[in-house]
Design a protein around this ligand. Structure first.
Ligand SMILES: Nc1ncnc2c1ncn2[C@@H]1O[C@H](COP(=O)(O)OP(=O)(O)O)[C@@H](O)[C@H]1O
Ligand SMILES: [Mg+2]
Length: 345
């Protein structure tokens, strides 16, 4: 699963980076719910690419502007700000370069982004949590257009977000059955600002990073492999060799975390801390039962679905409001709110 995402991202970045002509560069969209390892997976691949690319060019910009040979940023990673508008998204991006953003209009900002990417020899642009940009209202057209303007800059665009299909990002796209890619029309901004020489559409592979499942033998084996990897790296003094993979532990961990890689990591981390503090020095169900998972992470936007529901917790899943009818929730008009609901509590 994670491997599928890594391979695809890796293939796209590397193949595109080696293209010298300004031909179209297919991008990648990585979708999946919160804490499933999207950021981690994409960044790991991008970091490996950056190392390789820098080594290949002896850490110097191959086509530098005079006096800036060492200003070389093959990979740019930007997290979309919470409640971002096109301008603030551009500013966040320019913040990566430390570029001037004050008193610039949106078209100037977009131009500045294109120039910065060009000047720094950027090959891959990762826009993380892109679905924080609200894209399902009519006045969000600007946002959609901005994303398409990014597509026309000569980089591999990697968009990472929660439930991209439901977010409206692909609203104007169409799915090409032949290549199994999404095709998006060119941007208005690009046309106006001359960013795009040819009015070509952009192609994207959409790949989903799912949670671990526990149904088929292959899925069970993948989860066991992950646990085996984890336990091999833990150093608890009284841990048996099959601490996480033995007896009913895989099923227990699945139950506690729903197979979400980030929740699993959190549970194991907190469990280990508890095991060390109490002198128990191993992880078992009794110890983990006392570990309560909570995800108060200021860097995550719960409204955008970036925080998963914790199994067994009463806190409801706070997914983003549905972008289209297919995902609209149940009609609650006739629900009995109970005495507290009626009292307004
Ligand atoms: N393959 C993995 N193995 C172990 N831990 C992982 C893996 N992928 C992600 N994590 C951990 O899970 C947590 C959530 O990952 P993150 O990439 O931030 O998720 P997302 O971007 O999907 O919300 C992080 O703490 C990260 O270190
Ligand atoms: Mg993330």
């Amino acid at each position: 699963m994670s491997l599928k995402v890594s391979r695809l991202v890796n293939r796209r970045i590397r193949n595109n980076a080696l293209k010298t002509r300004p031909s179209t560069r297919a991008g990648v969209m990585v979708t999946g719910w919160g804490y499933q390892g999207k950021t981690e997976t994409v960044c790991e691949v991008a970091a490996a690419f950056e190392d390789a690319w820098l080594a290949m060019h002896h850490h110097l910009h191959p086509q530098p502007i005079e006096g800036t040979r060492d200003l070389h940023a093959p990979v740019v990673y930007v997290q979309t700000p919470v409640t971002a508008k096109p301008k603030s998204a551009c500013q966040a991006l320019l913040g990566f370069f430390g570029a001037e953003t004050k008193r610039l209009t949106l078209p100037q900002l977009i131009r500045q982004v294109a120039d910065s990417l060009d000047d720094h020899g950027t090959k891959a642009l990762i826009l993380d949590d892109i679905t924080r940009l609200r894209m399902h209202r009519a006045d969000d057209q600007d946002t959609l257009d901005l994303v398409r303007a990014f597509m026309s800059m000569n980089v591999t665009l990697i968009l990472v977000g929660v439930d991209i299909l439901g977010s409206g990002l692909l609203r104007q796209g169409r799915f090409d059955e032949g290549t199994r890619q999404w095709v998006l029309p060119p941007s208005q901004h690009a046309r106006v600002h001359g960013l795009e020489a040819t009015q070509t559409e952009r192609r994207f592979d959409l790949v989903e990073l799912d949670r671990f499942r526990y149904t088929t033998p292959a899925q069970i084996a993948a989860f066991h492999d992950h646990l085996a990897g984890l336990q091999a790296n833990l150093r608890l003094l009284k841990a048996p060799p099959d601490m996480l993979t033995g007896a009913g532990m895989p099923e227990y961990l699945m139950r506690r975390t729903d197979g979400v890689v980030g929740l699993l990591e959190r549970l194991i981390e907190d469990g280990c801390q508890e095991a060390m503090d109490s002198g128990h020095e191993t992880l078992d169900e009794t110890l983990l039962d006392d570990v309560v998972l909570s995800l108060d992470d200021p860097d995550r936007d719960a409204q955008a679905g970036e925080v998963p529901a914790i199994p067994g917790s009463s806190r409801p899943h706070t997914a983003r409001p549905a972008a289209n009818d297919r995902r609209r929730g149940r009609n609650t008009v006739f629900d009995d709110q109970g005495p507290y609901g009626q009292a307004g509590g």
